[in-house]
Design a protein around this ligand. Structure first.
Ligand code: SAM
Length: 232
């Protein structure tokens, strides 16, 4: 089969909201008072749906960064369709590079952070849904760059698989004068095809902890975390 790897055929991605995105929006809706008037940045804006939801909640300005050209055009299109085009800007680029030197009141992210090596992905970069062996390939630079991009009193809200080391994220935040708290935890279905690619050490360590298997079906715990200035 063309493009197939030992673990199965290539993943075929679509730019559409996932359960991760839905949980992220749910958590943001629960704190919508803090969204009103905020200058917002999303790293890895994908379809643009999180920014569209934040615009509807009253954000003042919306900025999306994505490494994929298709995502940048999808985001622009969606925000235009939602009547939010004039308050939105999109940049194609890697992580923090397009917004160097800028600060935001709210930074959101739903980064690829599934613990698996990059795999073939039809029409996308091979890192489209992979976070590298430990899942932290994008998570770590995101957390390390956060403090210099948050405005005073600002916060970040992001999706965080429970099986990629929440304590490590807490430590990075702490090292940069920030603190991390869980605002929502949900179970996310992990398709067999994806589970087969999970780093074996992570699977062994997390099965029965943050990974719950019932016959052929597996769910993983996923947190939405909020990161902001550490309390005085
Ligand atoms: C899980 S998707 C996010 C989806 C988005 N929240 C949505 O619901 O459509 C992750 C996004 O991160 C982007 N991405 C991956 N690596 C990136 C990087 N180094 N810098 C910026 N964006 C990146 C991908 O292209 C993808 O659009």
């Amino acid at each position: 089969m063309t493009g197939a790897s030992e673990a199965g055929p290539p993943i075929v991605p679509v730019l559409r909201p996932s359960e991760y995105t839905a949980a992220l929006i749910q958590a943001l809706q629960a704190s919508r008072d803090r969204v009103r008037g905020a200058r917002v940045l999303e790293i890895g804006s994908g379809s643009g749906i999180v920014l569209a939801a934040l615009g509807a909640m009253g954000a003042a300005a919306l900025c999306g960064v994505d490494i994929e050209p298709d995502a940048v055009s999808a985001g622009r299109r969606l925000l235009g369709e939602c009547g939010l085009g004039t308050m939105a800007e999109f940049h194609r680029g890697d992580m923090w590079l397009p917004v160097a030197g800028r600060r935001f009141d709210l930074i959101v992210a739903n980064l690829p952070h599934f613990p698996m090596e990059p795999v073939p992905v039809a029409g996308r970069l091979s890192t489209w849904s992979s976070g590298g062996a430990d899942g932290r390939w994008l998570l770590d630079p995101f957390l390390e760059g956060l403090s210099v991009h948050l405005a005073p009193g600002g916060r970040a809200v992001l999706s965080h698989n429970a099986f990629v080391g929440l304590d490590r994220s807490r430590d990075i935040a702490h090292d940069h004068g920030l603190s991390l708290r869980i605002v929502l935890t949900v179970l996310v279905y992990i398709a067999e095809q994806k589970l087969a690619r999970m780093t074996p050490d992570v699977l062994r360590a997390e099965e029965g902890r943050s990974l719950h298997r019932h016959g052929p079906y597996t769910f993983g715990e996923m947190h939405i975390v909020e990161i902001g200035a550490a309390a005085g």
